[in-house]
Design a protein around this ligand. Structure first.
Ligand code: PEP
Ligand code: MG
Length: 325
């Protein structure tokens, strides 16, 4: 029945419906961006900028980075785009980066920690990203943020680079919205400390699950732990949604959970309304979201948060989807 449901919904769901929900795509390469216009997505919610860099044999020059990101924009007809600055480190490394050995790289110098440790490289990277603002409604976000000081420093450099670019090209906007990935327990539990410095947040449930469950997302041995259906993850996601609402800060969710049709009703029930998903999943995500009744998804979210084990949560999610078939 679930496979039938998926087949029906994919064939009927390219059309954007009138709901309060926004659906974006996660993109690494230009080929993925083609689908966004076809599927009537709102834009790119997560451009993983490190992907092209890690394919190279040396750190790409400004022109190379710009040309690559620009080719992505071109493919999606310049839809609004959120570019995440490089999330290098941990499992995302290349030998030409000459990174120092770390025994525990997932907890080491990755994401914004890496970028702040190489200010010249970071400035070139920001220059390429910010140049995109002449063609699209651009937003920039920083990965793996842990404390506000990282955002203060990264934001200052971003503003400085944008000011320099504007001297060469006054058509660029005076500012671009800046956000953070909420993917460490530290940022998830202190959003209030960041709100002064950011314009939006985007929840990365892949890393958040890894760090809350203390289980490596790349290790098969602990795959049963690195699973977002564990109740502690639900409580953290609920806390983020509540805090974002309290501080009136726009919140998007861009981890894999947003592409999972069994998980979406929980997220919707917690109040999430902006999703960035794997591009091929956009049609089915749209159908599930437009089939959801807010009172019923809220009820589901409340019930799963009262559960104490992963089996109970999974069972309730499967039953919920079967009921709306
Ligand atoms: C995440 O951690 O959920 C995320 C979207 O980022 P990435 O998978 O690229 O680490
Ligand atoms: Mg991540």
């Amino acid at each position: 029945r679930i496979i039938q449901y998926k087949t029906i919904m994919v064939s009927s769901s390219f059309q954007r419906k009138d709901t309060d929900v926004q659906i974006y795509g996660n993109v690494e390469i230009p080929a993925e961006a083609i689908h966004l216009a076809q599927y009537q997505a709102h834009g790119i919610g997560l451009l993983r900028s490190e992907f092209m860099i890690l394919q190279m044999e040396r750190f790409p020059r400004f022109e190379e980075q710009l040309a690559f990101y620009q080719s992505i924009l071109e493919k999606c007809n310049y839809l609004p785009t959120t570019v995440r600055t490089v999330d290098i480190g941990s499992d995302k490394v290349a030998s030409f980066l000459h990174m120092e050995h770390e025994d525990n790289p997932a907890m080491g110098r990755r994401g914004i920690r890496y970028s702040l440790s190489r200010p010249e490289e970071f400035a070139t990277h920001l220059r390429a990203i910010l140049s995109l603002a002449q063609w699209t409604d651009l937003r920039v976000m920083f990965p793996m943020v842990t404390i506000p000081d990282e955002v203060i420093r990264a934001r200052a450099l971003t503003e400085q680079v944008l000011a320099e670019l504007r001297r060469e090209n006054p058509a660029l906007p005076a500012s671009v919205p800046i956000g953070i990935m909420v993917e460490t327990p530290a940022s998830a539990m202190s959003i209030g400390a960041f709100v002064k410095y950011i314009d939006f947040i985007s929840v990365g449930t892949n890393d958040l699950t890894q760090y809350v469950m203390a289980s490596d997302r790349t290790s098969k041995g602990v795959g049963h732990l690195c699973n977002p259906y564990h109740p502690p993850i639900l409580r953290v996601l609920h806390h983020i949604a509540q805090t974002a609402k309290k501080f009136n800060i726009p919140v998007n969710i861009c981890g894999e959970t947003a592409s999972d049709i069994f998980y979406l009703p929980i997220l919707h029930g917690m109040g999430y309304r902006s999703f960035s998903v794997r591009t091929p999943s956009i049609p089915e995500v749209r159908v599930v979201l437009s089939d959801l009744d807010p009172a019923r998804s809220e009820h589901l979210a409340t019930r799963v948060m009262e559960s104490w084990n992963v089996e109970q949560v999974t069972e309730q999610c499967v039953e919920f989807i079967q009921d709306i078939l």
